[in-house]
Design a protein around this ligand. Structure first.
Ligand code: F0G
Length: 478
């Protein structure tokens, strides 16, 4: 970004560092920044993406889209025209059109094409889950698998957008604190864009698969002797002192890119919204993004009603669940989080106010699920031939609870958002199938319920008789 576009150090913060965000007046579709609490509308953001007036988070909004505004009747926002343009881009050879994020660029802040870093993210499949549907007691259950993105998690949809903003801002370094997926994604997009990346991850608390990705993509990877929340604290201090572009989901560009999961989903459903969408909750950026998209799609008359967006947390990492259930959303008490679903091992979620707003506006619910419930749900999703990482499986475990409570009815349509690929955390999967996952823990007794789903590998002598014997034994029992 040219210095003249955003008079950085005066308007955007006390440090003479390059700022991240372009002036919003230049955005063709009128995207502007706004604080979610005090509604002030800064022209650009500080290094930590917090409101200079009150310290809360910023978001993008589109003044032209509100009813009655002069821009709301614009031809380029005509719902049938937009749907036709997006569909026609599916056959294009242009890299932007081939991306499941940039294909929907009319609904995103504008970034010039020369700064765009894309790995053709998005374009993720919608799968039916017949076995899971039976287990949950619903007739119509599908999964939108965001683990089918280039770095195998949903993070790529937000990262293509925010990394491009970093390139536009002429940053040499980008950074994030992560439980493993954000870092893998950031490292990949930074490498593609020719930027350096700094990763702060909790030592020993992320899967090897995710760690190996950030190494391979060339990031400076620091394993800090703390948890995710400790990594966030250190990074927030760092970005105030160094010209490093923050790529955690407090960055509103991340949220904008992640909106496209919901836009693409609605297109896959022929713009007929489902009754329920169920999302895992960690730092709560994803639920906020999906909810924001749904609300905007209704505002623009691309859909006629809102699905209920429900958020599921692991019981050992449930600050948002407790905020809603115990404090009526009035406050959030941070906690020391612990769960084997390491991606959502987060005790102080940054975007909880944004998530609360979409929960309220869509009429969704919150739920919490135990470690054993997560493991069983993950194996059930695997048994449907799909698979996902543990954090994604909280959606299926949560659905069962929402169904038991009567919040989800048998005849209603449900979409689970699966956030990460099954290969992200093979250790969890192997330990589960070998029956070791809960050995020696207080969950060992409850884990007995999972035995029917376990498929431990069988070690045999290398002869035909041994293999035939194994085959016969399984055939007799099935
Ligand atoms: N599922 C997976 C696979 C994740 O990696 C994450 C978050 C979530 C769900 C929760 O999403 O934070 O937007 O509520 N992972 C982050 C990371 C925190 O650093 O990779 P959220």
């Amino acid at each position: 970004m040219p210095e003249s576009e955003c008079n950085s150090s005066l308007t955007c913060g006390s440090l003479a560092l390059p700022t991240a965000l372009p002036t919003t007046q230049t955005s063709e579709n009128g995207a502007r920044l706004r604080c979610i609490s005090c509604a002030s509308t800064p022209d650009c953001a500080t290094q930590d993406f917090r409101c200079a007036a009150c310290g809360d988070l910023l978001e993008f909004y589109f003044p032209g889209w509100s009813p009655g505004s002069s821009a709301s009747g614009q031809d380029n926002l005509d719902p049938s025209l937009l749907k036709a343009v997006w569909l026609s881009r599916r056959t294009s050879r242009n890299a932007l059109d081939q991306s499941g994020v940039w294909r929907f660029r009319e609904l995103l802040p504008q970034i010039p094409e020369e700064h765009v870093i894309t790995l053709r993210e998005g374009n993720t499949p919608l799968y039916s889950l017949p076995r899971c549907a039976r287990a949950a007691g619903v007739e119509n259950l599908r999964a939108k698998h965001q683990g089918m993105n280039p770095t195998a998690s949903f993070k790529d949809t937000g990262m293509t957008f925010a990394a491009s903003a970093a390139l536009q801002g002429n940053f040499k370094w980008v950074a994030c604190a992560s439980t493993g997926n954000t870092s893998a994604s950031m490292a990949a997009y930074a490498a593609r864009g020719g930027m350096n990346s700094l990763v702060l991850i909790p030592d020993g608390k992320i899967s090897w698969g995710k760690l190996s990705q950030s190494l391979d993509y060339g990031a400076l990877t620091c394993q800090l002797r703390t948890d995710f929340d400790g990594c966030v604290r250190i990074l927030n201090e760092l970005v105030r002192q160094k010209p490093v572009y923050l790529l955690n989901s407090v960055n509103p560009y991340r949220i904008e890119g992640q909106k496209t999961c919901a836009i693409e989903l609605m297109e896959q459903l022929a713009w007929e919204p489902p009754d329920h969408i169920i999302v895992p909750g960690g730092n709560l950026g994803n639920s906020s993004a999906i909810g924001k998209a749904l609300i905007e799609l209704r505002e623009l008359k691309l859909i006629s009603r809102l699905p209920k967006l429900s958020i599921i947390q692991a019981q050992g990492a449930n600050p948002f669940y407790r905020s809603v259930r115990e404090f009526g959303g009035q406050k959030l008490e941070s906690m020391t989080a612990d769960t084997l679903a390491t991606a959502i091992r987060i005790g102080n979620p940054a975007s909880w106010k944004k998530a609360l707003r979409v929960l309220r506006e869509t009429g969704g619910e919150v739920e919490q699920v135990t470690e054993v419930e997560i493991a069983i749900a993950k194996a059930e999703i695997g048994a449907d031939g799909i698979g996902c990482e543990p954090a994604s499986a909280v959606t299926m475990a949560g659905l069962k609870k929402l169904r038991q409570r009567g919040f989800v009815k048998a005849g209603e349509s449900v979409i689970l958002i699966l956030t990460g690929h099954v290969l992200k955390d093979p250790d969890f999967t192997i330990k589960f199938h070998r029956g070791d996952l809960f050995e020696g823990t207080r969950d060992a007794a409850e884990a007995a319920q999972a035995r029917h789903l376990q498929r431990a590998p069988v070690v045999l002598d290398a002869n035909l008789g041994a293999v035939m014997g194994a085959l016969d034994a399984v055939s007799r029992n099935s």
